[in-house]
Design a protein around this ligand. Structure first.
Ligand code: G6P
Length: 609
């Protein structure tokens, strides 16, 4: 949600800024805007809608040769998506322009005070208040940075922001508290962004600001300091991401590209982490020695959306392999219910983006209460990764499509390694450990085999694409798979999909079964096979169509359609069974003509409550 780009250098700024916004489109937004500074004048152009609407608006006037500017994509929080509410926002004199991610919690009070002081507010946003506050501080502050610092002292909430002052064409001031800001260090030019995706086609040398940090950025330099005026010293780090990671590379959309990247992504997650000799896993980033691992009496996974379902798969793996109680909970529920923090538990915060506000808040609550929390995060340097300080990076590579595929898969693969490690410091035998190591090593090839069966899944998806509702059913290992399958279908195809534990079907939902209600039943080859076959029979006896997703040999004619998945180690079945459900959702959404990568109303990174 929301994206920030800033540029200062010798290039014409507008195309650089708009291109940067385009690269941040995947995060989700509903309006966009740009402000450039030239000859003491700030020119602002905004448009509700897409970045292409902003491009059209910009094309209506002569292009500005300005070489400094800021830009933003906005996801509406305070006030509707409109040209007026889009960022950048100016103060009354048009001296200061601000773009801002995050939410100012005391915005109402700040706005009321400004109005009482005679300021005329033109938008409904919290951000506009910042522009006025900074402008007011400039009357006495010796520098723009000091004015920003002074203004932020009275501000509560989260922000990543960039400020442009029309009297200072050679600097931008940025600040971060809870919303990411990264500087991109170029050769005689500097970039600012909320996400490295906007920078990597210009530079891979970046500086991540910490919470409570500000920076003054000029074309050739930057200096950082804290909100309470202490200098900080930050060296650039090199990100191993390249522009190609954010390009379609011949694929029709990012979801398809990312589904096909899964074998490679899994191999990356496993690299250097499996130990054949001791039949275990090495997860050095956890920072937990065998004694600390043995002291863990319980594991709790926390995440939102697909990350939560991955956590549920992780909990099953931990219980099976390590025989310690484990469960998963939506991070949002956890943070709001005044949780009892168990001193003997290991908490795992799961997030692709590392920015999801509810997950971050759950981590902060845990840390405040002295809980042991590690991260399972994809984006290095992200807020959750930093807040946790230790954990397991997912190494899925950048995920652009809103619907998570390779990141979810790598979450589950990482939890299988965590479960293996926890098991091997306890009672999991070397032979059983070796079986899991071998099963993990085989995963990339197995996923390739599933992807090779895409056309068959496509045919099945088309056959049922007319359905208005679908059930996804599973038990134990198959239950989180069913939940994730339903999630995938609803988010990108807008078909109503509901997941149920198979045995619960007869306690209510069976009443909904008829010829118009297809059920996707997850049938792993395990000790519950007969039960799952029974579920399918119950549904078909009531005229309900069934798509079975299975690695077992089912009796002929049992289901209307069968999606076959190769066999692996049973504990790892959820990883493989999830992949065809991605394809099913994908082809249903395609058949219905949906925007695969940008489903309506959804954002990739949910940085607000
Ligand atoms: C959003 C996305 C989901 C994602 C969830 C958690 O709702 O649309 O696909 O699973 O956020 O995101 P995270 O980045 O924390 O994994």
């Amino acid at each position: 949600m929301c994206g920030i780009v800033g540029y200062i250098g010798s290039r014409v700024a507008t195309p650089v800024l708009v291109e940067g916004l385009h690269r941040l489109e995947y995060r989700g937004y509903d309006s966009a805007g740009v402000a450039v500074l030239r000859r003491g004048r700030i020119t602002v152009t905004k448009a509700a809608g897409r970045v292409r609407d902003l491009r059209e608006r910009l094309a209506e006037s002569a292009p500005s040769p300005a070489t400094v500017g800021i830009a933003h994509t906005r996801w509406a929080t305070h006030g509707e998506p409109s040209d007026r509410n889009a960022h950048p926002h100016l103060d009354a004199e048009g001296r200061i322009a601000v773009v801002h991610n995050g939410i100012i919690e005391n915005a109402e009070q700040l706005r009321a005070k400004l109005v009482a002081d005679g300021v005329e507010l033109v938008s409904e946003t919290d951000t506009e208040a910042l522009a006025h506050l900074i402008a007011a501080e400039l009357a006495t502050a010796p520098s723009l940075e000091d004015a920003v610092r002074a203004a932020l002292r009275g501000v509560e909430g989260t922000y990543g922001l960039v400020v442009l002052d029309r009297t200072r064409p050679d600097e931008l001031v940025v600040a971060r508290n809870g919303s990411p800001i990264v500087l991109g260090v170029g050769d005689g030019e500097m970039f600012v962004a909320s996400d490295v995706a906007a920078l990597v086609h210009h530079t891979q040398r970046v500086v991540f600001l910490d919470d409570g940090e500000l920076a003054t950025v000029s074309a050739g330099a930057y200096r950082t300091s804290t909100l309470d005026s202490r200098r900080t010293s930050k060296e650039p780090t090199t990100v191993d991401l390249v522009a190609d990671d954010y390009e379609l590379g011949g694929h029709s959309d990012f979801m398809r590209k990312e589904m096909y990247e899964q074998p490679e992504a899994i191999a990356r997650a496993l690299r250097g982490r499996l130990d054949e000799r001791f039949a275990t896993a090495h997860l050095g980033g956890l920072g937990l020695d065998p004694m600390a691992l043995r002291a863990v009496k319980r594991v709790k996974f926390l995440g939102c959306g697909s990350a939560y379902y991955a956590g549920q798969m992780g909990a099953t793996l931990v219980e099976e392999l390590a025989r310690i109680p484990a469960d998963a909970e939506p991070a949002s529920e956890f943070r709001y219910r005044n949780p009892v923090v168990d001193p003997d538990a290991l908490y795992v915060a799961i997030s692709q983006s590392g920015e999801t506000l509810d997950t971050l808040a759950a981590v902060q609550e845990l840390r405040r209460k002295g809980g042991l929390v590690i991260g399972a995060v994809n984006v290095v340097g992200s807020a959750i990764a930093r807040e946790c300080g230790s954990g397991v990076f997912l190494h899925a590579g950048p995920e652009v499509s809103v619907a998570s595929t390779k990141a979810l898969t790598n979450m589950t693969v990482s939890f299988a390694m965590l479960a293996l490690l926890l098991g091997r410091v306890r009672d999991l035998s070397a032979a059983a450990g070796q079986r899991i190591v071998t099963g993990l090593r085989a995963l990339p090839e197995r996923v390739d085999e599933i992807l090779a069966g895409e056309s068959e899944v496509e045919r099945i998806a088309k056959r049922f694409a007319h359905a208005r509702h679908m059930f996804f059913l599973g038990r134990v290992r198959g239950w989180p798979v069913a939940r994730e399958g339903a999630q995938k279908l609803k988010e990108i195809s807008y078909v109503h999909a509901e997941a149920y534990q198979s045995a619960e079907l007869k306690h209510g939902p069976l009443a909904l079964i008829d010829a118009e209600m297809p059920s996707v039943v997850i049938v792993p080859e395990d000790e519950l096979l007969a039960k799952n076959i029974g579920t399918i029979e119950q549904i078909r006896a009531r005229g309900g169509p069934v798509i079975a997703v299975t690695n077992a040999d089912l009796p002929d004619g049992l289901a209307d359609e069968v999606i076959r998945v190769p066999r692996g180690e049973p504990e790892l079945d959820p990883i493989l069974l999830t992949v065809p459900l991605q394809l099913l959702a994908y082809h249903t959404a395609t058949a219905l003509g949906r925007d695969i990568d940008k489903p309506r109303n959804l954002a990739k990174s949910v940085t607000v409550e």
